[in-house]
Design a protein around this ligand. Structure first.
Ligand code: NOJ
Length: 749
């Protein structure tokens, strides 16, 4: 069995190896170098208004619908030569990027290099689990490593900049983009945001194996009403500050180079023209020094939102609110020269925007090596390296959540006589790539069927039947699937979503298993054989029937290229699962939005009719945030806090002893929650404030210590001032948001 402790050693070694180049170069302050600032100023003084606006304009290559190849048009070549573009996005390929850079550097008047960006979300060619799955590992080191490897591969392909991490908190699983983030919790989301920024950017992003990161989508995109993508978010300032802003703040504190403005509006103001968030909070409060890029055509969309009557007005509103670079819609370049000339847009505002873009280009090292990352050899050498693939397998294994395991059905024996692998996703080499899989290819993916075939003994018979195809319609394959199930000792039933059912523009109003799959599950279950349900999906699903009747359920999300091996590792016990849900699973869609850190209300659910509850379903989720089982068991004891009275602002130490009471070694995700009992405003019933994934050998105990600093106890009070209020606090420590030990302490003045 691969011990969890082994993974830690492995990750550390790989991180050290991948970071070797980093160690050689001294980390330097990214933006405060006065010499660079002088160079930027003198460059700006040479630029025409058109060249300045060019730096603020991002374009994309033209993809041939038939060949899939990108090529430049004559018009685009002219644009680059004229210095009218600052950036290109998309998977252009080395040849096209080289052509673009060649024109920009050698033919444009000032030779300012172009910065190349692309969506490197969970891997470049070595595809890792989708971000939601990785967040469930509760392992920031693993998440950092995945981002580090993605950066190493993507930079070998000429890229400088990734539109990631996506740090939107999402509490509505109907919203397809929940797959791209870290789930419902601002604390977990912040830890993962920092880890990903560290992974992409390294210590110094002038290192040619690092990418500039982009925290997106600023802000409250995940609060889309009714979970419908691009829909409005109407939230209070408190919710904005408590829930949606923290992961962005964490990314900024980690030194993220760029942010992307969102598509949604917040209380009537589109995020891409929202001065309050883009300037007042991001720059004035947080001191952000990088630049903001709009989302795809989100500047033009200010017209549809109805806050601009003309394209010129849309461009003016976005730029003056704090969107420095416009993605694709090209209004800055076309509309703003006139407004600068007639004084509507002050030239110093334009200069400041250009300064921010150039600052990032300097920090990337583009002025020192204008063809940075254009290296055929690196491309050949650094994609899909064996240690990348091994990390993908290990991280996928660390992201699998064991939701249910009645009578210890799992792990299965490798020498089981006959195993039936059934389901439309069982042999898929495409769906495990998940949404936004960059250069990920099916040919690199290990399907679950392949993973199982490799894992079982030579004597085991593996039977396979799809049941239905991946459109999930039609029951004509059921008979064969039932026949196969009837011959087996155990059935592994693999169902879920297609990859394009989550991600952008992929909201669903019904989040049960799509199509005929629930019928398939019911009929296979009725055969009477032990069934292990393996779910592949990009969001929480409503699976009440499945949870009640099927004895064992694994949530595998979309795990990337090593999906089949990683799931087989867990199915047969080579890896003991320990991941947790980064988001609650509702019982039905009517419970949405549902999250563990809700308020108590004046009428918490009770026996009386007149309490806050439903007539037809409990308030609790089907599976709570933080839930996940193991093949071993853990007990918590000895929960201690530094003292019963703590002086306001002083750090607090919480410790707990966790014992592995089962017969297998395993990891436990120890979670610490607090509740501020009485405040000047209401506080959530629980808030995650710390976690640690620890490896504990069978029969052994470990004492886990948490240090709570002022930040953990503070909140925005009745005057929206961030403060710690004296009074009682409860502390809960356990293996999920609903289990564990509790104690309390008082904060005094
Ligand atoms: C639109 C998406 O919302 C954003 O996340 C992505 O980075 C851009 N398109 C560029 O592909």
């Amino acid at each position: 069995m691969l011990k969890a402790g082994w993974h830690r050693v492995f990750f550390t070694c790989v991180l050290l190896g991948v970071g070797a180049a980093l160690a050689a170069s001294q980390p330097k302050s990214r933006y405060r170098d006065p010499d660079t600032e002088r160079k930027i100023d003198s460059l700006i003084s040479l630029m025409t208004i058109e060249e300045k606006l060019g730096q603020l304009s991002q374009h994309t290559g033209n993809r041939d619908a038939e060949t899939g190849k990108v090529a430049l048009t004559a018009q685009q070549r002219e644009l680059i030569e004229g210095g009218h573009t600052g950036s290109f996005l998309g998977g252009l390929g080395l040849e096209v990027s080289r052509e673009i850079q060649n024109i920009a550097v050698n033919k444009s008047r000032l030779g300012i290099p172009v910065i190349f960006g692309h969506d490197i979300i969970h891997g470049y060619r070595t595809i890792f689990p989708i971000p939601l799955a990785e967040a469930g590992s509760f392992d920031p080191e693993a998440v950092e490593l995945a981002a580090r490897i993605a950066a190493r591969e993507a930079t070998a392909m000429g890229l400088h900049w990734t539109f990631a991490p996506m740090v939107d908190i999402a509490r509505d699983p109907r919203w397809g983009r929940i797959a791209e983030g870290s789930g419902e919790d601002p604390y977990l989301g912040s830890v993962m945001a920092s880890a990903r920024v560290r992974g992409f950017q390294g210590k110094d992003y002038s290192d040619p194996t690092t990418l500039v990161a982009c925290a997106k989508h600023f802000v409250a995109y995940g609060a889309a009403e009714a979970g419908r993508d691009y829909n409005v978010a109407d939230i209070s300032e408190r919710t904005l500050r408590e829930v949606y802003l923290p992961p962005f703040k964490a990314a900024v504190d980690e030194g993220v180079g760029t942010l992307m403005s969102a598509f949604n509006e917040i209380g009537g103001i589109p995020a891409s023209a929202h001065r309050g968030t883009l300037t007042d909070i991001l720059r004035t409060e947080w001191g952000f020094k990088g630049f903001v890029v709009s989302d795809w055509t989100s500047v033009l969309e200010l017209l549809e939102h109805g806050i601009a009557a003309t394209p010129a007005e849309a461009a003016l509103k976005a730029l003056t609110a704090g969107v420095e670079m416009e993605m694709v819609s090209d209004l800055y370049r076309k509309e703003l020269p006139l407004l600068v000339r007639n004084g509507t847009l002050p030239e110093n505002v334009l200069n400041e925007a250009v300064r921010r873009v150039l600052r990032v280009k300097f920090a990337v090292g583009l002025f020192e090596d204008r063809f940075r990352n254009d290296d055929e050899q690196r491309h050949k050498k650094e994609i899909l390296l064996p240690d990348h693939v091994a990390s993908a397998r290990a991280i996928a294994g660390r992201s699998i959540v064991l939701l249910k395991n009645q009578s210890d059905l799992l792990p299965l024996k490798k020498d089981v006589k006959t195993i039936a692998v059934i389901g439309p996703l069982a042999d898929s080499r495409h769906e495990p790539l998940g949404p936004w899989h960059a250069e990920g290819r099916s040919q690199d993916v290990v399907s679950l069927l392949e993973g199982i075939r490799k894992a079982v003994s030579s004597k085991t018979k593996v039977l396979f039947s799809r049941g239905c195809d991946s459109t999930f319609v039609g029951t004509s394959g059921f008979a064969e699937a039932l026949r196969v199930a009837g011959q087996a000792d155990v059935v592994v039933l693999v169902v879920g979503e297609r990859l394009e059912m989550s991600g952008e523009a992929a909201s669903r109003s019904d989040i049960g298993l799509p199509g005929v799959q629930l019928d398939l599950v019911k009929q296979i279950h009725a055969v009477g054989k032990p069934v292990v349900l393996v779910l592949m999906n990009g969001r929480p699903l409503t699976i009440p029937w499945e949870a009640e009747h099927v004895p064992a359920i694994l949530e595998t999300w979309f795990l990337g290229i090593q999906s089949g091996n990683a799931i087989a590792d867990v199915l047969f016990g080579d890896v003991n699962p320990a991941a947790r849900l980064p988001v609650s699973f509702p019982r039905n869609v009517g419970q949405i939005p549902i999250h563990y850190d809700h308020r108590n209300t004046g009428r918490p659910p009770g026996d009386s009719k007149y309490t806050s509850k439903y007539l037809d379903v409990p308030n609790s989720p089907l599976f709570p945030f933080g839930h996940g089982l193991s093949y071993t068991t853990f007990e918590y004891e000895n929960l201690k806090v530094t003292g019963t009275k703590i002086k306001r602002g002083e750090p607090i130490e919480v410790s707990v002893t966790v014992k592995n009471t089962g017969r297998r070694d395993g990891d436990e995700v120890v979670q610490l929650y607090i509740r501020d009992v009485v405040g000047s405003v209401t506080r959530p019933v629980k808030q995650l404030k710390g976690f640690e994934r620890v490896f504990i050998p069978a029969g052994m105990s470990k004492t886990v210590k948490f240090k709570l600093t002022g930040d953990a106890l503070s909140f925005y009070d009745i005057n929206m001032k961030n403060t710690i209020e004296p009074g009682m606090f409860k502390v809960f420590v356990g293996g999920s948001s609903v289990d564990g030990l509790a104690t309390e302490f008082e904060v005094v003045n």
